[in-house]
Design a protein around this ligand. Sequence first.
Ligand code: SAM
Length: 210
Amino acid sequence: MSDLPDGVTRRDVEGRERLCTRGRPVYGEPTDGDWRVWDASRSKLGAMLELGMETGLTGGESVLYLGAANGTTVSHVADFAGPTYAVEFAARPVRDLLEAAEPRSNLFPLLKDARKPATYAHVVEANLDVVVQDVATRGQASVANRNARFLAEDGRLLLAVKARSEDVAERPEEVFDEVRSELEERYEILAESRLDRFHTDHLGIVARPR
Ligand code: SAM
């Protein structure tokens, strides 16, 4: 089992050992008053950590998070990371995301389209440590490739791929093969794991830029 980043821990909350970060609750998750449960069944990155994937996260990293939705996962990321840029293109969830960002001075919501990195390149710092992606739309490898420009040479992509978003009719294994080969244009894949225990037909990938 890989180490958890600093700022992420396992604690007994409501009688059960749970993955937790420290911060103000966001989505009604249980808390012991200080630490709040990071629910892996509601978070692909949480699932990657629960499954012991080698994410390379140590805590304090600079992060670009693509597909932030209403802030469930990115709020946990901001609890243990450094500057965290959260891109989401749907206006409705961004309202909740703004609320999650309110008590987190390192979380920067951006109402932007992750397929168009040039529209936020002037805001997001260069040479980031980590890009986290969970966009669940067609063209997931293309989004990751376009955003490789933000990563430092030794940075990491932590990607959740949802097979059914690419093609509902195709077998997930075939979708994952296609995503892998497109990703390899810009990244070297370091680790991968199916996330099905928490998220059906999803693959978690850890990669570094080429
Ligand atoms: N990552 C979120 C979490 O764990 O809390 C859940 C993300 S949800 C599965 C996918 C999100 O990606 C949706 O909110 C969707 O609007 C957003 N999305 C999809 N395509 C996008 C794009 N091109 N640019 C920005 N956001 C996108």
